[in-house]
Write a protein that binds this ligand. Structure first.
Ligand code: GDP
Ligand code: IMO
Ligand code: MG
Length: 425
């Protein structure tokens, strides 16, 4: 039996998961997305081309790798169809190549789920979550509320009746909001996309993945969002609606905890967050603006400006603990190339105490970060390809992080392209 390696984000998402899954995919027979939905935007760059994937796993550009959209994912058929149409136009057709399968038990995002998401956010006003408005929350609510529709249901003779029944319920809910909508176009697009979805092979992901493991094949589970957006452990209520942590890979694919192998924890050399909610190390000044412009920190899914700040070690330690991270991957170090001094948050001042962990309440009592100065490397690292070329100050920064976090940094990313990735150690 082989085990499932897991790759997931340790911050508030957008750490660079798509890029690294693509880089690692030649080593794996199967790449499997286990949670989230098209709220994700995973960017890949190679050979001068750039792709953003929302639902499709980031292994599809590798010739021999199979890709699974797991049962823990919520699927918007319209977005999935658009993703596949765009890929086809760019010369990639994972369906025709037999490289994409979907879990029957994955839940469907209906047009009315999106309306409910939008109506709810509108009602919350300035306290809104800052959702991507893809219908994620309402779809997971129907899943746990035992009302949801699943991919496998699309092949049942009474699919339309089941759909109508759920939409009726949604319309009753929408009537409680002061919210205008017109479903006609969206509904037509939905049913067209459902036809398309039926043509993609459906599998039972629990048997599919375990079958891979039994035959000694290698599997990598691809996370979406990040640990601090986890519905149980993130900055609740400013979170997404799924378990973004390693445990989510078990329920989102149908594998036992003992089947988990390596856990790759991916983080930026600084920190970002998009949407509302607390962010202790946020920089609402010129430095934050510099990180945003140098790092092109604008959402891959919504285009919104990402909030930027320094790296946060109490938050990273928490994420490492929750996920059982065995190897770290540091991204976007090149964004710090121009800084004379870099800052690292090592502790928080919170309720009159200095603490090194993430406290329960970071919303009404904002933790004040305790920052340590680190000397910058002041070198363009985007062209380096060998570990011997890493500037001494950057090596020192990595060694400091490894000591603080207690986990080795296995890969260092120095630019968005596939080839801008260094294997350390
Ligand atoms: P994901 O959601 O975790 O897959 O990350 P996103 O794709 O949303 O955001 C990461 C962004 O950073 C994308 O635009 C990537 O192309 C880019 N990126 C990834 N790694 C690096 C890196 O090492 N340096 C720079 N400058 N950009 C990177
Ligand atoms: P990837 O996989 C960054 C954020 C939203 C919002 C909150 C809830 O690309 O890292 P939702 O749409 O789930 O109801 O939004 O979570 N969010 C993300 N932020 N990267 C993502 O995905 C995200 N997916 C959701 O901005 O604050
Ligand atoms: Mg993203």
């Amino acid at each position: 039996m082989t085990q499932v390696d897991v790759l997931l984000g340790l911050q508030w998402g957008d750490e660079g998961k798509g890029k690294i899954v693509d880089v690692l995919s030649p080593k794996y027979d199967l790449i499997a997305r286990f949670q989230g939905g098209p709220n994700a935007g995973h960017t890949l760059e190679f050979d001068g081309k750039k792709f953003v994937l929302n639902t499709i796993p980031s292994g599809i550009f590798n010739e021999k790798t199979m890709n699974l959209i797991g049962n823990g994912v919520v699927i918007d058929p319209i977005i999935l169809k658009r993703e596949l149409d765009n890929l086809k136009a760019a010369g990639h057709d994972p369906v025709a190549a037999g490289k994409l399968v979907i879990a029957r038990k994955a839940h469907l995002i209906l047009p009315t789920h999106q309306l409910l998401d939008a109506a709810n956010e509108q009602k919350m006003g300035k306290n809104k979550i800052g959702s991507t408005l893809k219908g994620i929350g309402p779809t997971y609510m129907d899943k746990t509320g035992r009302n949801g529709l699943r991919v496998g249901d699309t092949t049942l003779p009474d699919f339309k009746e089941r759909y109508d029944k759920l939409v009726e319920k949604h319309k009753e809910m929408l009537a409680h909001y002061d919210f205008q909508y017109d479903l006609t176009e969206k509904e037509a697009a939905f049913f067209e996309a459902v036809e398309f979805l039926r043509a993609i092979p459906h599998v039972d992901s629990e048997h599919f993945v375990n079958g891979y493991l039994k035959s000694g094949k290698t599997v990598l589970a691809e996370g979406a969002q990040g640990t601090l957006l986890d519905v149980d452990f993130g900055s609740y209520p400013f979170v997404t609606s799924s378990n973004t942590t390693t445990a989510g890979a078990c329920t989102g694919l149908g594998i036992a905890p003992t089947a988990i192998g390596k856990v790759f924890g991916i983080f930026k050399a600084y920190c970002t967050r998009v949407g509302g909610g607390p962010f202790p190390t946020e920089l609402e000044d010129e430095t934050g603006e510099t990180l945003r412009s140098v790092g092109h920190e604008f959402g891959a899914t919504t285009g919104r400006a990402r909030r930027c700040g320094w790296i946060d070690l109490p938050a990273l330690k928490y994420a490492i603990m929750l996920n059982g991270v065995s190897e770290l991957i540091m991204m976007k170090a090149d964004v710090l190339d121009g800084f004379d001094t870099i800052y690292v948050c090592t502790h928080y001042e919170h309720n009159g105490e200095t603490i090194d962990y993430m406290p329960y309440d970071i919303i009404s009592v904002k933790p004040v970060p305790v920052l340590k100065e680190v000397k910058g490397w002041k070198t363009d690292i985007t062209g380096i390809r060998g570990v011997e070329e890493i500037p001494a100050e950057l090596s020192d920064y990595i060694a400091f992080l490894e000591k603080e976090l207690g986990v080795p940094v296995k890969f260092l990313s120095v630019g968005p392209d596939r080839i801008q990735t260094l294997t350390l150690g």
